[in-house]
Design a protein. Structure first.
Length: 177
């Protein structure tokens, strides 16, 4: 048989006193929490070079607060060279009238232009400047009203009309001194 003291020694744990038990319990809480805090600091301390990391840079801020629109002033004296009806048609009107999109009369289609030509030049120019149906207003845009009138004459004449070119606007009077 074995000695009872030897048998008890085989079943003893490393904690022998209540003081050792208290220190073991404290360490069981403090050590994992310390490890978690150190790991979190290690991960957060690295250089963030991923998406969205430059959100507070001066360039990013300037891009976010830039103006939505801009005001462009035009010279009202007519100092710029006036464009021909063909130039205005090519730049502005050909997108829809070239292919006949959204009910627009196709360029050169006499049958489609005939009822519109019967309304007269002034009605056609009014429709071009103010818009009609799916056509947006052209007045006040990149081209002057005179240039839009030239484009109307160009398109209508290719569609069978015999409109004469509108008279050029009078040059603006000199500003008082």
């Amino acid at each position: 048989m074995t000695d009872p003291q030897q048998q008890d020694a085989a079943h003893e744990g490393p904690i022998k006193t209540p003081r050792q038990l208290i220190w073991t319990v404290i360490a069981a809480f403090v050590v994992p929490i310390t490890i978690i805090v150190l790991l979190a600091n290690f991960v957060a301390a690295g250089d963030t070079s991923g998406a969205g990391s430059r959100a507070m840079s001066e360039e990013a801020i300037a891009q976010r607060i830039q103006p939505v629109g801009a005001v462009t002033l035009k010279d009202a004296s007519g100092a710029t060279a006036l464009r021909s009806g063909e130039q205005v048609y090519t730049a502005q009107c050909s997108a829809c009238h070239g292919a006949g999109l959204a009910g627009a009369p196709k360029f050169g289609d006499e049958a489609a232009w005939a009822p519109r030509i019967k309304t007269g030049f002034d009605a056609l120019v009014h429709s071009a400047l103010k818009g009609k149906g799916a056509m947006s207003p052209q007045g006040g845009g990149e081209f002057s009203d005179f240039e839009i009138g030239r484009a109307v004459v160009y398109m209508a004449n290719k569609g069978g009309a015999k409109f004469s070119e509108p008279a050029a606007p009078a040059a603006a009077a000199s500003a008082p001194k």
